[in-house]
Design a binder for this molecule. Structure first.
Ligand SMILES: *[C@@H]1O[C@H](CO)[C@@H](O)[C@H](O)[C@H]1NC(C)=O
Ligand SMILES: *[C@@H]1O[C@H](CO)[C@@H](O)[C@H](O)[C@H]1NC(C)=O
Ligand SMILES: *[C@@H]1O[C@H](CO)[C@@H](O)[C@H](O)[C@H]1NC(C)=O
Length: 389
């Protein structure tokens, strides 16, 4: 009989397959956010003649830009790491806007590191195409934050570029055409309103492509998680839109005022997404495709675009663990008197810390000298620094 002979072979093949899938799951993934790493050898945009935009073109305001010649500049688009075919195609249709995807990657990395500089996981990046190491292939709160902040950053960067008039395919919106917002007493809508709709559209096309290209029935709960968190990130930028005004009148008086809608500084978006990270919702795995809260009591409460969601508990970020791509907190600077996350107790995970006395040369005893100078002396100042064991 052949069955007993082939059976072990099939079994080991199946085991190999499972290990392979698990291995891939744990592996680092290449990401377009590599474009945002400073000082690395990122591909350069080929020479494109920028045509300055003359005024407002309503037909370009909300609609996607027209599909134009797709042959140029193919190589640049093809050389960005971690893009799926649909994203490369989007790049070829909108090379100028893609130049600002690089701004988005930089912005997202910078904001992530700012928001987490006091935490055990400090948004570590490696100087290669994986950028965030294994965090991107997981489904933790940290993965949720990175996904959300990067699609928020795409909205922000694309819209800023459109408003600056630097991009041929997009511009501002004339809000008077959107009748739902009446002007107030003594002011009118005019000026360059940020084209948030276009940014939202662009980010949905770009950031969601990885999951969107899968057939609906091939998507799993992790895909649903990513899509949800990306939309949450974008929604924060949209909801934070505010109003900016300019006065008109003789010598600075404010006889008439014109106002436009403007995005909030990206720091505000980072702050809000960090708060959402801290309160992220843990999702049950058993529904395969649907996002439902874990727990009998709460599972029917719908999940909103105000929330970030995650599937896996975060690993222990305390100890160095190269297999899991975790740097650990040994050697991190901490604050001996603080009870917050940057306090030595929390940051060093109760391992204790080392205190060193350092002398630093600083400017001191500064005096104002008439007129108009500030003169300082150089002093040696004693400082205590604490680092985790
Ligand atoms: C627009 O282009 C000008 C000139 O190249 C540049 O100085 C400016 O920073 C650009 N603005 C944005 C938002 O990219
Ligand atoms: C994060 O912490 C590691 C040590 O664990 C340190 O080497 C790295 O510079 C820190 N990164 C940032 C962005 O603060
Ligand atoms: C350490 O934390 C305390 C209390 O939060 C704060 O007053 C102090 O400025 C911090 N020190 C440094 C060096 O950040």
């Amino acid at each position: 009989m052949t069955l007993p002979r082939t059976f072990p072979f099939i079994r080991s093949f199946v085991i190999f397959l499972i290990l392979d899938i698990l291995g891939r799951h744990e592996a680092s993934v290449s990401t377009w956010m590599y474009l945002g790493l400073v000082g690395s050898n990122v591909p350069q945009l080929p020479d494109i003649k920028l045509i300055p935009r003359g005024g407002f073109h309503p037909e370009l305001a909300v609609l996607p830009p027209p599909v134009s010649d797709t042959s140029e500049p193919s190589d640049w688009c093809g050389s960005i790491p971690g893009l799926v075919d649909r994203q490369v195609a989007l790049c070829r249709r909108n090379p100028e806007i893609f130049w600002h995807i690089r701004d988005a990657a930089k912005l997202a990395i910078k904001e992530c590191q700012y928001q987490f500089h006091n935490e055990r996981w400090n948004c570590t990046t490696s100087n290669d195409r994986h950028v965030f190491g294994k965090t991107m292939s997981k489904a933790t709160k940290e993965t949720a934050f990175i996904t959300a902040i990067s699609s928020a950053a795409v909205v922000y960067s694309v819209v800023s570029a459109c408003s600056s008039g630097n991009v041929t395919g997009c511009g501002c919106v004339d809000i008077r055409r959107q009748s739902q917002k009446p002007a107030g007493d003594g002011w009118t809508w005019s000026g360059c309103t940020d084209n948030i709709e276009y940014g939202m559209w662009f980010s949905r096309q770009f950031n969601d492509a990885q999951e969107d290209i899968k057939r609906k029935d091939a998507r799993n709960v992790k895909d649903a998680m990513h899509l949800h968190n990306k939309e949450t990130g974008r929604t924060v930028v949209q909801r934070q839109m505010g109003k900016d005004c300019r006065c008109h009148g003789v010598s600075g008086s404010c006889e008439t005022k014109s106002c436009w809608r403007k995005m909030a500084p990206f720091r505000d978006t980072g702050n809000e997404l960090k708060a959402k990270h801290d309160n992220a919702v843990w999702i049950a795995r058993k529904y395969a495709k649907k996002l439902k809260r874990r727990g009998r009591m709460v599972k029917h409460r719908p999940i909103t675009n105000n929330e970030l969601v995650f599937l896996e508990k975060s690993p222990d970020y305390c100890r160095h663990n190269p297999a899991k791509g975790i740097a650990g907190t040994a050697g991190r600077l901490c604050n001996a008197t603080s009870t917050g996350p940057e306090g030595c107790g929390t940051l060093c995970c109760k391992r204790g810390y080392i205190t060193q006395v350092i002398w630093r040369r600083e400017q001191c005893r500064c005096k104002f000298v008439w007129c108009c100078e500030v003169k300082c002396q150089i002093c040696n100042i004693k400082k205590e620094i604490h680092t985790c064991k």
